[in-house]
Ligand binder design. Structure first.
Ligand code: NI
Length: 388
């Protein structure tokens, strides 16, 4: 099973859907037009059940195989949302909405999964049930969690989940995957340092919050270098330093630090949170100041299960030949992780060639990846539930 011939035939149509989504990008849960078009297309393919409004604006399609003696149910997931970025690609199907752009290729993911759904509804060459899942709000809105909380797993009895993301830097249409952590846990923290503001010429009458904050920023970097096992991975980045005064001669009463903490396993994640609290509070105390920490856990680590990784890799090899099984995990976050917390599954990269990185205003999804991506989605269903 190389690229399915049918996918090559469907390429012009799938490309047209992709470019239509690209031209009409929508943010977070506001993917009304996109979700409406997805549901309309699924119905036109003769998909057995189409449910809208799952996890607010997600869409679920159910495709029954020719038989169901296996009783198996496989979930395939794509994301639908765009980013608040001003597009500079110059393509003739560029975003018509200023400041909003499909800069992460979710237009491509949605179109590729639609292509697979069309093929699966036509051929039904499997023994079991395929559930195609189109989720909103991957970019920071936890749409994957919203769908899980709306009963995604139990309502359709999903037993395994498979997801895909395009990746610049990998040859177009080839695949990369690894067992274990694939994408990071991505958390945010705000640290409000409170001292005693006052006249900058009278520091002895103040508790200097900028000095305290500077010590905290430096000391936070000791968490990764001194507390975390050097064979594990973590990032702590302080990205915002905000004083409550803009004057040259005022010691501010408060300083707010904001940043992100990333990790590839749950234990390291706990250590990062505890370390950020401990270092900030105690350094502030050493100077007579206080630090209030708001640590907000974002998406969990995206963990590829061992067996599912093998299944995903086998199908990718059938589609594209050699694949990369030693790709490094990425420190970006991905909310497919919420589905993989519920059931075994895997998340794979499909190459997007030599383009700008995702989230860049010059990024564009490469339509030449479509036959491989759609074939992989469909191949997962046929391989995990072979026709009886
Ligand atoms: Ni993305």
């Amino acid at each position: 099973m190389p690229v399915k011939n049918r996918m090559a035939e469907l390429l012009p149509e799938i490309t047209a859907w992709r470019r239509d989504f690209h031209e009409n990008p929508e943010l977070l849960y506001e993917v009304h037009r996109t979700a409406g078009k997805v549901a309309e297309l699924l119905r036109s393919f003769g998909v057995d059940e189409v449910v809208e409004g799952v996890g607010r604006t997600g869409v679920v399609g159910v495709i029954k195989g020719r038989s169901d003696s296996s009783g198996r149910v496989i979930g395939l997931r794509a994301d639908m949302d765009a980013l608040p970025i001003n597009e500079i690609t110059g393509v003739d199907y560029a975003s018509k909405t200023p400041g909003v752009m499909h800069a992460c290729g979710h237009d491509g993911h949605t179109a590729m999964l639609l292509g697979a759904a069309r093929y699966l509804a036509e051929t039904r060459n499997f023994d079991g049930t395929a559930v195609v899942i189109f989720q909103p709000a991957e970019e920071g809105g936890a749409g994957g969690l919203a769908m899980v909380e709306d009963g995604l797993v139990d309502r359709w009895g999903i037993q395994e989940f498979y997801g895909m993301h395009n990746m610049p830097g990998i040859p177009t249409g080839s695949f990369a995957i690894r067992e274990g952590a694939m994408m990071a846990a991505a958390d945010q923290f705000d640290i409000v340092v409170t001292g005693k503001g006052g006249h900058a010429a009278k520091p002895h009458e103040c508790i200097d919050t900028t000095l305290v904050s500077a010590q905290i920023i430096v000391a936070l970097q000791s968490i990764v270098s001194r507390n975390i096992d050097p064979l594990k991975n973590a990032v702590v980045s302080v990205c915002v330093v905000q004083t409550d005064s803009t004057a040259h001669n005022v010691i501010p009463q408060t300083v707010t630090l904001k940043g992100t903490a990333r990790s590839l396993d749950a234990g390291v994640r706990d250590q990062l949170e505890a370390g950020i609290r401990r270092v900030s509070e105690n350094i502030a105390a050493a100077f007579g100041a206080t630090a209030d920490i708001d640590y907000r856990r974002g998406y969990p680590v995206t963990v590829n299960h061992a067996d599912a990784t093998e299944h995903a890799a086998n199908v990718a090899r059938e589609v594209a030949g050699d694949i990369d099984m030693t790709v490094q995990p990425m420190m970006g976050g991905e909310d497919f992780s919420y589905m993989l917390e519920q059931r075994p599954g895997a998340y794979i990269f499909v190459g997007n060639g030599d383009t700008a990185m995702v989230h860049h205003p010059a990024y564009n999804f490469d339509d030449d990846a479509i036959p491989a991506g759609s074939s992989w989605y469909a191949g997962m269903v046929e391989a995990r539930m072979p026709a009886a």
